[in-house]
Write a protein that binds this ligand. Structure first.
Ligand code: NAD
Ligand code: TYD
Length: 363
């Protein structure tokens, strides 16, 4: 079959990537979607079970840092668009192992940029047809930290990363802009606030705490729980990515966020109330699981995204109120305990090794 476009999505077996892959595979049967993922601890092919047999979907197990392999994939599928999500994404892990964050997030991004430059820009006139796009998915954490109650991150906020994770993402953003400015590579960057929803690896606050409340384990709130995060439902992020990929202006940056700030402690109490209610436990039953401990090193106080530009220029707004999104998310984790148990037990690693052999055999 002749596809209109061949779009490479990196990190498509992860949390946000799997939502983006599913959206694109279903919504655009005229596109071939190639999911490139190394399947680290955070990558899980069961997240894609609904679409794994679709005609227009292909999986490639590869490391974005393996430049020769990345170039081979660009050539093999005539890639003409890329949505780059693959990354090491957890701040606590970055504090323990900053080198692997620099490797994947910086060198890996550079390896993809270099492949796109070689394969797209070095093609001669008539060979270079179609809309090429290198779309880099980044985070609001590159902007640093805000004071408790005032100010927002806009697209013009100066970069000021504090954790090895945000420093590695900031560095990758700089390389993306450098390839646009130096070589004319058609790039776009978006910086999104904290995501939540189904299929998030239970090391991040929301799925970790839902699971801990479910099994009666303690809820380790860092510091006094006064840090503020701006939360967005993952499917709203995926819709924004779709819109920006198709309608965004080359060379631009878009902030994505829902103006939805929560102090960690208030969010944790909301999770406790919601899980207890859905499990039929009396109100306040699991509140005694909350513990206050040592703070995270370099813990950013507050993130808050101003996404006015995305609304004004492309008409994007979030679809869900936070309470609805949390209810939907808690229900999903409670109804998918097998998924939760498998990703916390390591069972899924065996599963995806088998799946990988089957999916790659189909190409
Ligand atoms: P995730 O950790 O759930 O998934 C990352 C995926 O990348 C996994 O499937 C993993 O196997 C893959 N991967 C890791 N290293 C790789 C490598 N070297 N080669 C190929 N694949 C590799 O992450 P996520 O939360 O879905 O985040 C996706 C992207 O969105 C990241 O770039 C992250 O910085 C960005 N982001 C995340 C959030 C959030 O709240 N989760 C918010 C804003 C931006
Ligand atoms: P996290 O989900 O790790 O996202 P990020 O660090 O990228 O914002 O953490 C969200 C907030 O919750 C952050 O302020 C750290 C805090 N937190 C805890 O208090 N306890 C925990 O066990 C975790 C994982 C996070």
């Amino acid at each position: 079959m002749n596809y209109e476009r061949n779009i490479l999505i990196t990190g498509g077996a992860g949390f946000i990537g799997s939502h983006v892959v599913k959206l694109f595979v279903r919504k655009y049967p005229q596109y071939r979607i190639i999911n490139l993922d190394k399947l680290t601890y955070a990558g899980n092919l069961t997240n894609l079970a609904d679409i794994e047999n679709s005609q227009n979907y292909v999986f490639e197990k590869a490391d974005i840092c393996d430049h020769a392999k990345v170039c081979e994939i660009f050539e093999k599928y005539s890639i003409d668009g890329l949505i780059h999500l693959a990354a090491e994404s957890h701040v606590d892990r970055s504090i323990k192992d900053p080198l692997s964050f620099a490797q994947t997030n910086v060198i890996g991004t550079l390896s993809l940029l270099q492949a796109a430059k070689e394969k797209w820009l070095e093609k001669e006139g008539k060979e270079r047809k179609g809309e090429y796009m290198f779309y880099h998915i980044s985070t609001d954490e590159v902007y640093g930290s805000l004071s408790t109650s005032s100010g927002y991150f806009t697209e013009d906020t100066k970069y000021d990363p504090h954790s090895p994770y945000s420093a590695s993402k900031a560095s990758s953003d700089h390389f993306v802009r450098a390839f646009h400015d130096t070589y004319g590579l058609p790039t776009i960057i978006s910086n999104c606030s904290n995501n939540y929803g189904p299929y998030q690896f239970p090391e991040k606050l929301i799925p970790l705490f839902i699971n801990n409340i479910r099994i009666g384990k303690h809820l380790p709130v860092y510091g006094k729980g006064e840090n503020v995060r701006d939360w967005l439902f993952v499917e709203d992020h995926a819709r924004a990515i779709d819109l920006i990929f198709h309608k965004g202006k080359v060379g631009e940056t878009y902030n994505i966020g829902g103006f939805n700030e929560w102090r960690n402690i208030d969010l944790v109490k909301l999770l406790v109330r919601t899980v207890d209610r859905l499990l039929g436990k009396p109100e306040g039953h699991s509140e005694n699981l909350i513990t206050f401990g040592k703070d995270r090193a370099g813990h950013d106080l507050r993130y808050a995204i101003d996404s006015t530009k995305l609304k004004r220029e492309l008409g994007w707004t979030p679809s869900l109120r936070f309470e609805e999104g949390i209810e939907k998310t808690v229900r999903w984790y409670l109804e998918n305990q097998t998924w939760l148990d498998s990703v916390t037990s390591g069972e899924y690693e065996k599963y995806y090794q088998k799946m990988y052999k089957e999916t790659s055999a189909k190409i």
